[in-house]
Design a protein around this ligand. Structure first.
Ligand SMILES: NC(=O)c1ccc[n+]([C@@H]2O[C@H](COP(=O)([O-])OP(=O)(O)OC[C@H]3O[C@@H](n4cnc5c(N)ncnc54)[C@H](OP(=O)(O)O)[C@@H]3O)[C@@H](O)[C@H]2O)c1
Length: 292
C-alpha cells in the first residue's frame, strides 16, 4: 500500500491471518509489511536496522509462533518469536519513541475463573505457547513505555485457516461432527479487530492492556452450530463432546473469557460474534461463487 503523506506503519507478520488484513486496511498511511522468510524478527540487529531505517509512526506486531500444539515440542522457537523478538521490537520502538501495538492472547489466563477476565487480572498461562505469549507481554512492557498489548481469542478471518473454516470443511467431507462443548471463548473476527486496532491508534489510546474480541461468548459447540446454521448446513448432525474426548498435545484453558473494559471506556467495541459469523459466511460464499 503506497500513500504519499510521509506517515507509515510497520506491520510484522503481514502474511498471516490477521497481518494480511492489517496490511490491506485503508488507514490513510503507508504500510510496510515484514514476514518470513525475508524478515525474521528473532534477529535483534535486523529488527533494529529495519525499524530505525523505516522510521514508522507505529509498529503493529502480528507476527507470532501460533501453532499451539507444535509449541510443546519447539519451546525454544516459541520463546524466540513470542517473547525475545517482542523485546527486540519494543527496544527499537523505544529508540524512536513510537507506539508498539502487540497482539496477545486470552490463553495467558488459566481459565479457572467463574467470570470473564478484566485487563488487570493476573495472568497464569498453562501451555508453552501461552507462557511464551505471557512473557512477550512482559518483555514488551519492560523495554518500552508506549506499548499497547491487545489480547484477542479464537481469531478467524475470511480465507484463513481457522475454526469456522475447519468446521465447514469437516462438515462437507464427513457429513457429521463431534465438537467440544465444555471449552468457552470469545470469537474474534479479524476485519472487526483490524478496524478497532487502527481506531485505538488514531485516538492515541494510552499504553496498557486491552481486550478486543467480538461481543458475547460461546462454546466451541455453539460456535460450530452457528457457522453451520448460517452457512446453510443446519442438517449436519453435531454431537457435543467433552474436551477430554478430544486429546491434544496442549490443553487450552476451558474458560479464558475476556471482558473488554479498557477499549470500551474509549468507545471501542466490536459487534456480536453472531454478526461476525454472518459476515464471514457472506464473504466465504462470495469467494466460492467467484471460483465456480
Ligand atoms: N489464531 C488465533 O486463534 C489467535 C488467538 C489469540 C491470539 N492470537 C494472536 O494473534 C496474532 C496473529 O495470529 P494469526 O492467527 O494471524 O497468526 P498467523 O496466521 O500464524 O500469522 C503469523 C505470521 O507471523 C509470521 N512469523 C512467524 N515467525 C516469524 C518470525 N520469526 N519473523 C517474522 N514473521 C514471523 C508467520 O510466518 P509463518 O507462517 O511462515 O510461520 C505468519 O505469517 C498472534 O500474536 C497470535 O498469537 C491468535
Amino acid at each position: 500500500m503506497r500513500i504519499d503523506n510521509g506517515m507509515k506503519y510497520l506491520i510484522t507478520g503481514h502474511k498471516g491471518q490477521l497481518g494480511r488484513l492489517l496490511y490491506d486496511y485503508p488507514s490513510g498511511c503507508e504500510h510496510i509489511g515484514v514476514d518470513l522468510p525475508e524478515h525474521d524478527i528473532t534477529n535483534a540487529q535486523a529488527v533494529a536496522d529495519l525499524v530505525l531505517g523505516q522510521q514508522p509512526q507505529a509498529v503493529i506486531n502480528a507476527a507470532a509462533f501460533t501453532n499451539v500444539d507444535a509449541a510443546e515440542a519447539n519451546p525454544d522457537l516459541a520463546y524466540a518469536v513470542n517473547t525475545h523478538a517482542v523485546g527486540h521490537l519494543a527496544r527499537a520502538c523505544h529508540r524512536l519513541d513510537i507506539p508498539l501495538v502487540h497482539i496477545s492472547t486470552n490463553e495467558v489466563f488459566d481459565g479457572s475463573g467463574d467470570k470473564p477476565y478484566d485487563e488487570w487480572d493476573q495472568p497464569r498461562a498453562l501451555s508453552t505457547y501461552a507462557r511464551s505469549k505471557q512473557a512477550g507481554e512482559t518483555a514488551a512492557r519492560f523495554y518500552h513505555d508506549r506499548v499497547i498489548v491487545v489480547r484477542i481469542a479464537w481469531l478467524f478471518a475470511p480465507g484463513g485457516d481457522n475454526f469456522p473454516a475447519k468446521i465447514v470443511a469437516a462438515a462437507d467431507s464427513h457429513g457429521a461432527l463431534r465438537v467440544v462443548d465444555d471449552e468457552f471463548g470469545n470469537p474474534t473476527y479479524a476485519p472487526h479487530l483490524t478496524s478497532a486496532l487502527f481506531t485505538l491508534l488514531d485516538r492515541g489510546a494510552p499504553p496498557g492492556i486491552y481486550h478486543l474480541t467480538n461481543d458475547g461468548m460461546c462454546s466451541r459447540y455453539e460456535f460450530a452450530c452457528e457457522v453451520l446454521r448460517q452457512s446453510g448446513r443446519e442438517h449436519i448432525p453435531v454431537t457435543p463432546i467433552a474436551h477430554t474426548e478430544w486429546q491434544r498435545p496442549s490443553q487450552p484453558p476451558l474458560r479464558a473469557l475476556l471482558a473488554n473494559r479498557a477499549a470500551a471506556a474509549l468507545g471501542i467495541t466490536l459487534p456480536s460474534w453472531q454478526e461476525a459469523v454472518a459476515e464471514w459466511v457472506k464473504l466465504e460464499k462470495q469467494k466460492a461463487k467467484g471460483k465456480s
